[in-house]
Write a protein that binds this ligand. Structure first.
Ligand code: ARG
Length: 466
C-alpha cells in the first residue's frame, strides 16, 4: 500500500516537507465538504478515460464501486478516516481509493490537474447550495406575503430619518421587503448560468492533452456550459465573488429588516412581538426578553461582507492562472453559505411566529404626520406648494407650542391661517382618506397594496417554475 507520507509530487523532491508549512498548506479540514462533488467528478472522468482506453472496463468497475464505498465511509466518519498527512480532498480520495482497490486508483488522474478539478468541484457545490438558498428565500418571501395579506388594513407610522413622517399601511411596509428581497432572488438565480460553467478538461492551465469529450463530461456532471479558455477556466473565481456580493446585498436588506424589527418589538414601540422561540433572556435580569435572533441577523452582515472583501482583496493582481492563493477562497465561500442559510432559516421561524399589535401601531401615529395633507389641500387650491408648505409649517408649530393635536384642527381654525382651507372639513385627517389618495402604483393605499400582493404572488409562482 502507498506510504501516506509520500506526496503526489515526491519524485522531484529530496527533502521532506516542513511540518509547520505542511499544516498551513493543508485544506482538507474544509475542502472535505466537496467530497461528493469530487467523487462524482472522478467517476464521470474515469468513464471518459475508459472510453479513451486509459482505464480498462474492469478497472472502471473497481473505481466506481470503490468510490461508492468511499462516499458512504466519508459520510459516516468524516475527517477521521484521512491521515493528517493528506493535503486536500483530491489527494484524500485518491489515497483512500488506492487503499481500497490498488493501482487502478492511480490511473484516474491522467489528463486532469487539481487545478481544473478544484474549480469544477467548487462550481458543482455552489450550484447545489445556491438552489438551497433560493429555496429558503422563496419561503421567506412567501411568509412576508402572507403577513401582508393577513394584516392588509393595519396602519402604522412611517419613518424617514427615524422620525415620524407619514402614516403607511403595515402591509405596505412588509411588502417593501418583499420587492427588495425578490431582486436578491433574481440576482442569485441569474448568477447560476455563470456558476454552471465546467472547467474540467482545462487541466493545469494549457488544456488536457487527452482527447476528452468535454460535452460528455459536461452533461454527466450537470453543467450548463464549458469554459472556452483553459487559462481562464483554472483561474477565474468571479463566480464566487459574484455570489459573495449577491449574498452581501441580501444581508444588507436583512440587516435593515432586523434593525427595524428590533426597534418595533421594543417596549417603546411594541408594534410586534417576537416568539420565545427566537428570543433569549438575561442571566441576571429576569425581566429581559432579548431579540438576539435579529441582532445576530444584523451582526452577521459584518462577516458576510468581510468574506466578500477578503476574497476581493486576495484576488487583486494575482498573476495569471492557478496560484495557491486561490485555496483561500473556500473558507470565505463556505462561511457565507452557512451564515446566510442560518439567517434565513431563523427568520422564517421568526416570521411564522410573529405577533402583530395593530392597536399599538395605529395609536403610535403622530397627528402631525398628517401635515402634508394640509399643504397638499392648499396646493390643489392653486397656492404654490412652497407657500402652502410654509403656512402648514406655521400651523404645526402653533399646535406644538399650544399643545394641541394637529388633527384636531377644525376647518374654522384652519381658515384663520389661510382662507383657501375653506371646504376642507373637520375630518381632513381621516386615515382612510389619506390612504385612498395613495392608490397609484407603488403607493400605500389599500388598493395599491392589494395590487402589489397580486404581482408578488405572480412573481412567486414564476419562481416556482424555475
Ligand atoms: N487545495 C487546492 C485549492 O484549494 C487544490 C488545487 C491545488 N493545486 C495545486 N496545483 N497545488 O486550491
Amino acid at each position: 500500500m502507498k506510504n501516506e507520507n509520500e506526496k503526489a509530487w515526491s519524485g522531484r523532491f529530496k527533502e521532506e516537507i516542513d511540518l509547520v508549512f505542511e499544516k498551513m498548506n493543508r485544506s482538507l479540514s474544509y475542502d472535505i465538504r466537496l467530497y461528493k462533488e469530487d467523487i462524482l467528478l472522478n467517476r464521470v472522468y474515469s468513464e471518459e478515460l475508459t472510453r479513451l482506453g486509459i482505464i480498462s472496463k474492469k478497472e472502471l468497475e473497481l473505481i466506481k464501486n470503490g468510490l461508492k464505498e468511499l462516499e458512504s465511509d466519508i459520510a459516516q466518519k468524516g475527517l477521521s478516516i484521512f491521515s493528517d498527512k493528506i493535503e486536500d480532498i483530491h489527494m484524500g480520495i485518491e489515497t483512500l481509493l488506492f487503499e481500497k482497490i490498488g493501482d487502478a486508483a492511480k490511473k484516474m488522474h491522467a489528463g486532469k490537474s487539481r487545478n481544473d478539478q478544484i474549480a469544477t468541484d467548487v462550481r458543482l457545490y455552489l450550484i447545489k447550495e445556491v438552489k438551497v438558498i433560493l429555496d429558503l428565500i422563496k419561503k421567506f418571501l412567501t411568509i412576508l406575503l402572507k403577513i401582508s395579506e393577513n394584516n392588509i388594513d393595519a396602519v402604522m407610522p412611517g419613518y424617514t430619518h427615524l422620525r415620524q413622517a407619514q402614516p403607511v399601511l403595515f402591509s405596505h411596509y412588509i411588502m417593501s421587503f418583499f420587492f427588495s428581497i425578490e431582486r436578491d432572488y433574481e440576482r442569485l438565480n441569474d448568477s447560476l448560468k455563470r456558476i454552471s460553467i465546467m472547467p474540467l478538461g482545462n487541466a493545469a492551465l494549457a488544456g488536457s492533452s487527452y482527447k476528452l469529450e468535454r460535452d460528455y463530461l459536461q452533461k454527466n456532471l450537470g453543467f450548463d456550459s464549458i469554459t472556452q479558455n483553459s487559462m481562464d477556466g483554472v483561474l477565474s473565481r468571479d463566480f464566487i465573488l459574484e455570489f459573495l456580493s449577491n449574498i452581501s446585498i441580501l444581508s444588507i436588506t436583512l440587516s435593515r429588516y432586523a434593525e427595524d424589527f428590533i426597534l418595533f418589538s421594543s417596549e417603546h414601540f411594541g408594534f410586534i412581538e417576537l416568539s420565545d422561540k427566537v428570543s433569549t433572556g438575561s442571566s441576571i435580569m429576569p425581566n429581559k426578553k432579548n431579540p438576539d435572533s435579529l441582532e445576530l441577523t444584523r451582526g452577521k452582515t459584518g462577516r458576510i461582507i468581510g468574506n466578500f472583501v477578503s476574497l476581493f482583496t486576495m484576488l487583486k493582481a494575482l498573476p495569471s492562472t492557478y496560484n495557491k492563493d486561490l485555496q483561500e477562497d473556500k473558507e470565505r465561500l463556505f462561511d457565507s453559505i452557512d451564515t446566510i442559510k442560518d439567517i434565513l432559516k431563523v427568520n422564517i421561524i421568526l416570521l411564522e411566529n410573529l405577533k402583530i399589535n395593530k392597536e399599538k401601531m395605529k395609536n403610535a401615529i403622530d397627528p402631525s404626520s398628517f401635515a402634508t395633507e394640509l399643504a397638499d389641500y392648499l396646493a390643489n387650491k392653486n397656492v404654490p406648494f412652497r407657500e402652502a408648505h410654509k403656512i402648514t409649517g406655521k400651523i404645526v408649530l402653533n399646535c406644538i407650542e399650544n399643545q394641541i393635536y394637529l388633527t384636531s384642527m377644525t376647518e374654522n381654525m384652519l381658515i384663520k391661517y389661510d382662507l383657501n382651507f375653506k371646504g376642507i372639513g373637520d375630518n381632513w385627517a381621516d386615515i382612510n382618506q389619506f390612504l385612498n389618495k395613495r392608490n397609484l402604483t407603488g403607493g400605500t393605499g389599500i388598493k395599491s397594496v392589494k395590487d402589489q400582493i397580486k404581482k408578488a404572488r405572480k412573481i412567486l409562482n414564476d419562481f416556482k417554475k424555475t
